[in-house]
Design a protein around this ligand. Sequence first.
Ligand code: DHB
Ligand code: MG
Length: 230
Amino acid sequence: MTNPQSELERLQAEAAQRAMIDRELVARFAPEDAELRGANDRAKAAGMPEIQISPLQGKLLQVLAAACGARKILEIGALAGYSGAWLARALPADGKLITLEVSEKHAEVARATFAAAGVADRVEVRVGPALETLPPLTSEAPFDLIFIDADKGNYPAYLDWAVKLSRPGTIIVADNVIRGGRAFQTPPPDENAAGAAAYNEKLLANPRLISVAFPMDDDGTDGFAISVVR
Ligand code: DHB
Ligand code: MG
């Protein structure tokens, strides 16, 4: 029989090791400057939920933007502008990030973040429900990279729009497709998990997309799905 005390110590040691590895990776590969840290402080001060992506996820978005030579990026869900700042910094000077945000209050915080991060000239925040702000983007498509991080229930609809607004080679990234494993339960136990599950199912059924997902948030229980349009 396992000794509960030594089992607890083993789990604590594993958690400490994971935290150390994450800290060291962030320090080396994805250090935040004061402006990025400021985005999170601004979100907190505005009483917004602290659900932004991790620094390593921000850096991965930049690597993906470089991989597809992104000049035009679309984000669905700006929140406080943290992920948008990472994305916009990966753009060339004449590049453009359009980020969609349902809340005027959140959009104001995001604009302040973009100004502080020195990318306001490259970013446009459009306010309204994304299902209303997406259709007019048809005339501005295709986008090179599309990042989905908004209300999970609409993720399947957002995927349809992302594909519509894409070109072969466009990279589509979605946050929160794992939900601590709840996206893999049948039936998914909550609305967010159900949205994530439907999103995963839909992208895996689309022969135009080659996709992968993996845990990559601060505690390894949620993460990105990454798809490339063929
Ligand atoms: C939630 C939303 C997110 O985009 C996220 O990264 C984490 C949590 C949420 O709505 O609970
Ligand atoms: Mg998210």
